[in-house]
Design a protein around this ligand. Structure first.
Ligand SMILES: O=P(O)(O)OC[C@H]1O[C@H](O[C@H]2O[C@H](CO)[C@@H](O)[C@H](O)[C@H]2O)[C@H](O)[C@@H](O)[C@@H]1O
Length: 265
């Protein structure tokens, strides 16, 4: 932790926002996205931190129901004020009332769902796994052919442009999703909601870069910012911009536990 932000968090936890990405940061990357459970030590540490920090949030590409299921956050003591921004900020769930706000499924995603299986098969990518999230469809290539994702990148970008969708590349995945929001927008809303004086954000992948950019510009406005990278051999785009580089979700769990210890909770 950069020493000045660390001191500010410890001195003023109530004005601190801690926002954490899910896959690759709280949860280890696994082949089956439905089995990527949050690290139990991280969830326990977040529950401890929830008793003293102003706001804890999960900011993820996952739909809210999946994040809740895989994280085991709902009803957990200490996480009564947890907020989850799902689908890159399009959805918001609040533990205080258990309600989720979510826009309608765009027509462009309906059209994509209709054409994508045959579109992929025609390009020799019929084995790619599709994850339909309502506001996005993820095309997963983990464990399939080496180079398949790279070969799909340009044609998927063309398809997204035809449909008016945004492209969200990630770790062995490309998502086509509704445009107009990102994790940076979610972070700014959280900062405003708390009137945060310190922000800690932890992420691992390209979809986290807008949140990094938001923290960097908040710093210019005098908000303390601490950027954590959950590092992997798959993605190094965050490393140079991070204040703290950790060796994946196990080390993230260690770091969160240490912060809770330092705050005596
Ligand atoms: O914003 P995040 O919380 O990091 O979510 C981003 C996407 O993560 C998931 O895919 C990634 O994790 C899977 C499970 O470990 C892995 O199989 C896949 O290769 C990764 O790309 C998730 O499936 C997506 O919906 C999320 O948007």
């Amino acid at each position: 932790m950069s020493s000045s932000t660390r001191a500010a968090v410890l001195a003023d936890p109530r004005h601190t926002l801690l926002a954490v990405d899910f896959d690759g940061t709280l949860a280890h990357i696994v082949e089956d996205p439905t089995r990527a459970y949050a690290h139990p030590r991280s969830v326990a540490a977040l529950a401890r931190l929830g008793t003293v920090l102003g706001q804890i949030a999960i900011v993820t590409g996952r739909p809210v129901p999946q994040a809740l299921e895989l994280g085991g956050f709902e009803g957990r003591a200490g996480l009564e004020h947890l907020v989850i921004y799902g689908q890159y900020g399009a959805e918001r769930w609040d533990a205080e009332n258990g309600e989720t706000t979510r826009p309608d499924r765009p027509d462009a995603i309906r059209r994509l769902a209709d054409v994508l299986p045959s579109w992929l098969a025609e390009r020799g990518a019929g084995d790619a796994r599709l994850e339909d999230k309502g506001l996005a469809i993820a095309i997963h290539t983990r464990g399939i052919g080496e180079g398949l994702l790279d070969s799909l990148a340009a044609p998927l970008a063309e398809l997204a442009a035809e449909l008016g969708l945004a492209v969200e590349p990630g770790r062995q995945v490309i998502e086509l999703r509704a445009p107009g929001h990102d994790k940076g927008d979610a972070l700014r809303l959280l900062v405003e909601g708390l009137d945060a004086r310190q922000v800690i954000f932890a992420g691992d992948d390209l979809g986290d870069l807008p949140a990094y950019a938001a923290v960097e510009s908040l710093r210019e406005r005098g908000v303390g910012g601490l950027l954590i990278c959950s590092a992997s051999t798959e993605q190094d785009a965050l490393v140079a911009r991070a204040d703290v580089v950790l060796d994946g979700p196990d080390a993230v769990a260690d770091w969160l536990e240490q912060l809770a210890d330092d705050l005596h909770v």
